[in-house]
Write a protein that binds this ligand. Sequence first.
Ligand SMILES: [Zn+2]
Length: 510
Amino acid sequence: VSLPRFFDRVATSALPLLPAAGREALTSRLEATTLALAFRGNADLNAGFMLAVNLAARLYPQLVIEAPDELAAEATTLAQAINPNVDFGGKTTHRLSFADAPAESDTVTVFATGWNIVVDGARNGTEPAAPPAALAAGALGIGMIFRAVFADWLERGRTEREPGSFNLITLSEWSDPPVPERFAVGRVHLAGAGAVGEAAILTLGSATVEGELVVVDPDTVELSNLQRYVLTRDSDEGVAKPALAKRELEKSTLNVVEVTTPWGRDERSAPGQETVLTALDSGSDRIGLQAGLHRRVYNAYTQPTDIGWSRHEAFGIQPCLACLYWPRGSRPHQYQLVAGALEQPALRIRAYLASNRAVGQPLAPPLQLPQTPSPPTPEEVIHWLTTPLLTDIAPRYGLDTETQQLWSTKTLDQLYRKGICGGGLVRVDGVEDAVLVPLAHQSALAGVMLATQLLIASDEELRTARPHETEGRLDLRRRLPISLTSEATKRDGCLCSDNDFLAASAARWG
Ligand SMILES: [Zn+2]
């Protein structure tokens, strides 16, 4: 058996999409699959082909490489570095081909020209592929292969040719925006060097990008990460995630700064950064990052049904990053806003605000709580009366004893305005939701889109060509759609309609 040693994680990510299959059936199917990766393109597609090999080696135990000698050797080395047990050869059951013409229906064909990505020979073009388009073609191709290999278990499996295309800049079916030779991005922060972040790093390294990339992630690589972290090799367990960025971009024109502390912990990821790419794991982490009021934020995510990306360049005017993750419901009161930001029970927060009690003190009896449909339990009330709020929020914000002392005499209102709105406290944890692990190609394409948004923003012509909508989405469980734009909306009660945040943002950026 040559399944990757992180097969547990493979099963965790694949089985939720394949409810009809069990673990054993999944194992047998993978063992019965031999995926050929064929290259019939020009050098501009090399990076896309290598990403397809990279992703394939994380799932399929038998591969056949059909490529010119040098590229084939490179591909073989990469696949073995990812899964040392991988088998080469055998009778091909499925084929992903990088070519500009369609093939027989059991072959998925992908191609990229300019910023266009083409599946199954839908269109043709002679313009060399922009590097991110080549990478997107590789990830999309592996997505199509997944739908073909597991077609009988999927609602919308791939059973025939599915010609389609889309443009990475305009998100329409076909466009011809220019492909600049280089991009100058200035100083950029990357919050989170996990699966999405690594694919963004790979994308930035594939083009000529000049600037500085500050990579912020406190974690090291774990075995389970190998299932979908495109910069990792089998030997990378225990390596700091920012170090992988440094390694990948060593020969690039991007200067990498490695930061191994959580987001917001020190001045290198303090509030008010110029440009931030967010590849964080949870909505509350992103709300926390948005509270730091950076000038421009670009975001990408994976979720069970699709992947998405968004841009946030005009706080208070366009939907902010927190709008995408703001809890639904009617407009919250100030205490609900604070409770949301701190992830604390609203009644506890309300009592602190009403009493002006210092956050370093527990609430004092008698506790007069309004009638609500979900009152706190007696244990909760006892906890509120014996434990200071600051003690409970300290771990979330990583506050050491000294910082806690500084804040202990402040009221919650002061803490909220200075610590949260002003960004003095906010930091983010990289906690991964183990229940919803995306497949490798989903995270990879999200990362490509994250980096692409930055490249677009750095170029005036590309900026003009991008869609008016600030959010995009792609459901990789389906055949290629024509329209990928999605209109994000400003959310009532979000940070971006809060007067304190608006004033702080205006003071900082004008
Ligand atoms: Zn907002």
